[in-house]
Design a protein around this ligand. Structure first.
Ligand code: PLP
Length: 394
């Protein structure tokens, strides 16, 4: 190499040779790679090696391998966010005017808005059902949809649809079944083993576990995911190397974190249900929950780290005071962190639903959603109950 400063500045120190295998994967920030051999470059442009990170990228690929293994599927495609993953599944169905898409009436409000928008563009029709209702499989058969987009467990009311029954109904009418399994994470549920075609995660939540990276994944068979992978190349909604790296680090501790989150949530749910200030506790592990029986069949390793509750007699201003009164928990509109997060459902996760949609879903103004953290579970319960008392002093 020439020793002229301009050339040295650009090329010196750009290669490392070592036989050492790092215990932790390196973060590959290079958006593009070069090859000395043109045939190898040519093959890489067909996806056989890493050449341009919109086609394939090492950190995203490692995360995809890990999430596919956790979901028990052949393959996984990673995206820049959970919403991008949900959109990719919708787009891959190539819906035409008149096609029907079934989605939860009581699921994440942003997914509802996204699908309404996408359906309006294609002329497809959205049918919103409470998919945990026993009549849902029958309704699916009658509607003959092209896609059923389920949420298991639902955000924010923690309803648990019977995925096996939904899958049978979908098979009967040739519908694809996609399941947003963000709430239980692949620790708590492997949707494809219960009959789903696509298992979707917002990895922003439990998989990452520390609220420091957005991301999303779709898992399934190689055949089903081929169209999504091809579309991602053009859409460019790829997961960046830092986000993929942080998320993979989160995956390493997912089982141990989730075991503790589940235990803590069960304890907090019990404590809340003993308080006269709380009208109703929503937790699928409580025997009084409407889907308790189904939950024991479709959830593994516990009933999840999410709890929701209605404050007796509360309106929105009371709930806002509650959010300001918590001392340990943080009022933050996300979930899956090591620390406890609380949120007023109607003004956050269900914010983009119409008041009629919220009412049909059963999401009232008094509903608080809790992502139960790894703090001492009695400290968490004490904090929530004290904040409710403070908010309701008036
Ligand atoms: N699915 C569920 C159930 C969610 O709760 C969220 C976000 O809160 C998403 C999908 C969207 O994920 P992201 O924020 O990573 O786009």
């Amino acid at each position: 190499m020439s020793n002229k400063r301009k050339t040295v500045a650009v090329h010196a120190g750009s290669q490392m040779s070592s036989k050492a295998q790092p215990v932790v994967p390196a973060i590959h920030v290079s958006a593009v790679s070069y090859f000395d051999n043109s045939d190898e470059l040519d093959a890489a442009l067909d996806g056989k090696d890493y050449v341009y990170s919109r086609i394939a990228a090492p950190n995203a690929a490692l995360l995809e391998e890990a999430v596919a293994a956790m979901e028990g599927t052949e393959a996984c495609v990673a995206y820049a966010s959970g919403m991008a993953a949900l959109r990719a599944v919708f787009d891959a169905q190539n819906l035409k005017a008149g096609d029907v898409v079934v989605m939860p009436a009581d699921g994440y409000g942003v997914t509802r808005s996204l699908f309404k928008n996408l359906a309006a563009r294609t002329g497809a029709r959205i049918e919103a059902l409470i998919l945990s209702d026993a009549s849902a499989p029958e309704r699916i058969v009658a509607l003959r949809p092209k896609l059923v987009m389920a949420e298991s467990v639902t955000n924010p009311l923690l309803r648990v649809p019977d995925l096996r029954a939904l899958s049978r109904a979908c098979r009967e009418v040739g519908a694809a079944l996609a399941v947003d399994g963000t709430f239980p994470s692949p620790y708590g549920q492997r949707a494809c083993e219960l009959g789903a075609d696509y298992a979707i995660q917002s990895t922003t939540k439990w998989l990452n576990g520390h609220s420091d990276a957005l991301g999303g994944t779709v898992s399934g068979t190689r055949e089903k995911l081929a169209a999504l992978k091809a579309a991602r190349l053009f859409n460019g909604d790829v997961l960046g190397p830092f986000e993929a790296w942080l998320t993979l680090r989160g995956v390493r501790t997912l089982p141990v974190r989730m075991k503790a989150h589940c235990e803590h949530a069960a304890h907090v749910a019990k404590r809340l249900s003993e308080s006269s200030l709380i009208e109703r506790v929503h937790y699928p592990g409580l025997p009084g929950h409407p889907d308790y029986q189904v939950a024991t069949q479709v959830l593994e390793g516990g009933f999840g780290g999410m709890v929701a509750f209605d404050i007796r007699g509360a309106g929105r201003p009371d709930c806002f005071r509650f959010l300001e009164a918590v001392k340990l928990a943080r009022a933050a509109p996300s979930l899956g962190d090591v620390c406890t997060l609380v949120m007023h459902a109607a003004s956050a996760s269900a914010r983009r639903m119409t008041p009629e949609e919220r009412q049909a879903a059963g999401i009232g103004e008094s509903l608080i959603r809790v992502s139960v953290g790894l703090e001492d579970p009695d400290d968490i319960a004490d904090d929530l109950i004290a904040a409710v008392a403070e908010a309701m002093k008036r």
